[in-house]
Write a protein that binds this ligand. Sequence first.
Ligand code: SF4
Length: 483
Amino acid sequence: MDWLGSLEQATRPVAEETRAALARRWDELPGHVRTESQTLGRMAVGCEGTHGVFPRCNFTCTPCYHSADANRVRVDGAHTLAEVEAQMAHLASVRGPHAHAQLIGGEVSLLDPDDHAEALAIMRRWGREPMSFTHGDFDDAYLERLALGPDGRPRFRRLSFAGHFDTTMRGRRGLRRPATEAELDPYRQAFCDMFRRLRAEHGVKFFLAHNMTVTPSNVDEIPQVIRDCRSMGFNMLSFQPAAFVGDARRWREDYASLEADAVWARIEAGAGAHLPFRVFQTGDERCNRSAFGYYLGERWFPVLDDDDPEDLAARDAFFTYLGGIHWGARPALLVARLARVLAAHPRLAATAGRWLARRVRRAGGVVAVVRALRRGELVPMTFVMHRFMHAEDVKPAWELLQRGETSDDPRIRETQERLQACFYAMAHPETGQIVPACVQHSVLDPAENATLVELLPLPRRRTVSQPVPASAAGAAAAKDEPC
Ligand code: SF4
């Protein structure tokens, strides 16, 4: 009978640990985000990221969310792997067996490819679906060495990367100081093409997100960026209005002038569609907006319309019966789990069927959908806006939260509410804490990086006793330019 018990457990739609972690997350949420559309605590525990694992970067962006010391820390594979292991173990113990997590720090491609691959493997072992966060300025050789083992066979069935491309960045090979977003398009395309080649030659699938920091200077370029990027190979276009956080020497503009609705309006203009971000709420909508959908040819459609009661009922059924399902499970297991849900709630099949019929009807009917599918014109595409907060607000808000106090200042109270509903968390196994990324960058990064500078100092530069040509000296200074 033992095997029957094991089978029952393995095919249980939602694991007990997941249920418990979701319930804990829901209980922790402040009342204002416990809405019908909230995904936290019902579908997922939120997104996770690493910190202090490789703070160094070879770009000089404006702004940069890392503290001034970050570039004085040596990239060290052994340190990276030990930290990733400890942070992931802590996340899994508190937040349950499955989540999406970013391998993020300074620049991930400064890691040796073998260390990068091992870090991803560690994250997977702890049930995390990893995504590497990069400026994308690497080539096929690096990607192949990451994706393939010493025997030339793929180490992974799929890789996920978030590529950061925008005019706030300085240092890209061939385009050190882009003046317009359009100038970056060939680099965006080249980034996607590397993954296409990897898939064609070695069968490694990919998921690519495009990240753009939004400032007053490039906000009006958002619509064209979206039109240019929608068929490059990305499946998520994510926009981060800049905040006053990190290295103050890199703050250039009035980031406080970036209103959420104004930025979202530019994103909608680029998508050419209303983006219904309230169908699925991800934490606090003052932090995050997400619209899930797909392009069919030139047009973008949402997976659920926010003005259709039937769609909203389908969402509620999804939360009720499928919330917490591990969609990344092996296909056979996933099918078995879904079959159990359907057996217990057969009316779900009709709900799903009607949902599909509505999607087809809105897309112009069966013929239009089949034609688009044949031409490969169906492109899943999620739009995201993530608004980090200013350090001068996060610091007092966090201090008060640590003391269990609520601020009387409306701005600081708003910050506290957002921190409590945070969607993007980082682990501190040494203190047992899990903190919002805003707190990591605004409060904890400076001391953490100062410690890492001692632990992992950069190699000393050789003293040059002979005079060198001015051009050579300048090149060396640029390469080691501190953050
Ligand atoms: S609190 Fe900060 S890190 Fe968390 S979701 Fe809000 S903006 Fe993002």
